[in-house]
Design a protein around this ligand. Sequence first.
Ligand code: ARG
Length: 230
Amino acid sequence: LPGFSQDTGKAFTVATEPAFPPFEMTDQKTGELTGFDLELMKAIGQEAGLKITFESLPFDGIIPALQAGTVKAAISGMTITPERAQTLSFSRPYFKAGLAIAVRKDNNSIKSFDDLKGKKIAVQIGTTGAKQAAQIEGAEISIFDSAVLALQELVNGKVDAVVNDAPVTLYAIKKAGLPGVKVVGELLTEEYYGIALPKNSPYLKQINDGIARLLENGTYQSIYEKWFGT
Ligand code: ARG
C-alpha cells in the first residue's frame, strides 16, 4: 500500500565492514550502502521474510557483535574458517575467493609468497590476509582499518606488498582504477565466504534456504553479473 509502512516484524540487523568493494561499498551518488553482499543479503531477506537493516562496523568488531548478540548476522566477505566456526555459525558458502599478493607494477623482485620475507606488507585488521602475513619471516606488517587503505599505502610507496582477498584487489585495479598496481603469483589460499551468525542461530536454516532459492531462480546469477560481469 502506498505510503503505508507494513511492520511485519522486528528488524533483522546485519553487520558489515563497508569498505570492501565490490562486496560492500558506499554508493557515491546516494551515500547508501551497496555491493554484491548487500544485494545478496537483501534478496535473502526477501526470500526468508526478514526485514534487513545493515549496520556498519569495523571488521574486527563484527565477531564480537555477533557473540554479544547485538547483531543477528554479518555479511562482509567473511571467510569461513575452522577457528571462526568454533564461536559462530556460518551459512553455506556463497562465494569462492582466496588471498592474492599485490605489488607496484615496477616491482620485479616479489613474485611469490616466499619473496615476501623481510618485506613491508599492508593488511586489513582481523582478516585472513592479516593472519597469513603474520606468518612471514621478518616481515614488517602495517595494519589498516580497511583493504582500501592498505592498497592506498601500496600506491603511495610506503609498503612493498598487500595481502588481501583477490576479488577485492582485482576489482580495485580493474574497476576503481588503482594506479600502478598488479597482482603477482598464485592465489595463496582458497577461501569461501559465508554469512556469519551467532552460534546455533535459529535463523540459519532460513538463510540457507534463501541462498538455495536464489541460486535456483537465477537471482544469484544476476547479482553476480551485475558486480563481477564484464
Ligand atoms: N575474507 C577475509 C576475511 O574473512 C577478508 C574480509 C574483509 N571484509 C570486509 N568487509 N572488510 O578475513
